[in-house]
Design a binder for this molecule. Structure first.
Ligand code: SF4
Length: 291
């Protein structure tokens, strides 16, 4: 179950996770049920670059992204301004965040999550360093740092340096796993990266410290995940644990906002809960649902 009932799904800042906020390029605020409150997003992919093409992706790639490499100095400046606008109550007074009240005044986390895959950015570690520096300078000792990733770049040395630095400052990795078989993975995530590579990278990361697996379950042209695929998915989770990977919990969620593919639709809360129950029974893992 979603453990944050105080967050109202109808709030504008929950329904609209747009990356556009004022004149910022790299940072944006959202109220996130998975974060349990206000999350400051760090978009390392204003260029919309991703090596997945998930059926349910909310990023509208019909319009081009912004060109150019990520500028860590500018990222730091923008994040500082956004943190201060939260602290001074300016964000909570905007039309979009007013109804969230006190929730819009407490930064729960800073999340690398944007219009593409953050681990594809060549200067990932430099970006982490800047974010950590702002976190420290602004006294955000309680805020977590979260990397939301499709796992494709978790084996890159620069990314590993960044994750190591994050881990020393309340960092977590939330790795995507939406399938149990190569075939279903290709239908859902539409990537050329083999599923085995994703699993290897998740294992590599989870062997060092616990990770969160985040999985989106939905209906494709009317059909939910087939039962055999659910079992294969559980096999993959078990395989990660058998290989020495530590999984803190699984976040099971479904389509929450309109997607460019109209045939990708949400499961009901009961359907998602039934899936979560099966995953709990099969794997013994804690599973939180976000319907
Ligand atoms: S990995 Fe994320 S950004 Fe990339 S296509 Fe999938 S949902 Fe979109």
């Amino acid at each position: 179950m979603d453990m944050n009932p105080a967050i109202n799904r109808a709030w504008h800042a929950v329904r609209d996770h747009s990356r556009a906020h004022e004149a910022f390029t790299y940072v944006y605020p959202v109220i996130s049920r998975r974060s349990g409150g206000l999350s400051l997003g760090v978009n390392l992919n204003p260029n919309k670059r991703c090596n997945f093409d998930c059926v349910y992706c909310e990023v509208d790639r019909r319009t081009p992204g912004k060109r150019g490499a990520v500028d860590p100095a500018r990222l730091g400046e923008e994040l500082t301004l956004l943190v201060r606008s939260v602290r001074e109550g300016a964000l909570a007074n905007t039309t979009k965040f007013r109804e969230a009240g006190e929730t819009a005044r407490v930064i729960r986390d800073i999340a690398f999550s944007g219009d593409g895959e953050p681990t594809m950015v060549p200067n990932f570690a430099a970006c982490v360093e800047v974010v950590v520096a702002v976190k420290q300078q602004e006294g955000l000792t309680e805020a977590k740092l979260v990397l939301i990733t499709n796992a494709t770049g978790l084996d890159r040395p620069d990314v590993q340096r960044g994750i190591e630095w994050m881990a020393q400052h309340r960092g977590e990795v939330w790795g995507k796993l939406d399938a149990g078989t190569e075939d279903y993975y290709r239908r859902v995530n539409r990537s050329r990266v083999p599923l085995d590579r994703i699993l290897e990278n998740l294992l590599l990361t989870a062997r060092v410290r616990p990770i969160i697996i985040q999985s989106l379950f939905f209906r494709m042209a009317g059909s939910g995940m087939p039962p055999a695929e659910v079992e294969a998915y559980c096999d993959r989770l078990e395989g990660l644990m058998a290989g020495g990977g530590q999984i803190r919990e699984v976040h099971a969620y479904t389509v929450a906002r309109p997607t460019p593919e109209p045939w990708a639709t949400a499961l009901t809360a009961d359907e998602l809960e039934a899936l979560a129950a099966r995953i709990r029974v099969r794997t013994g893992l804690a599973v939180r649902t976000f319907a």
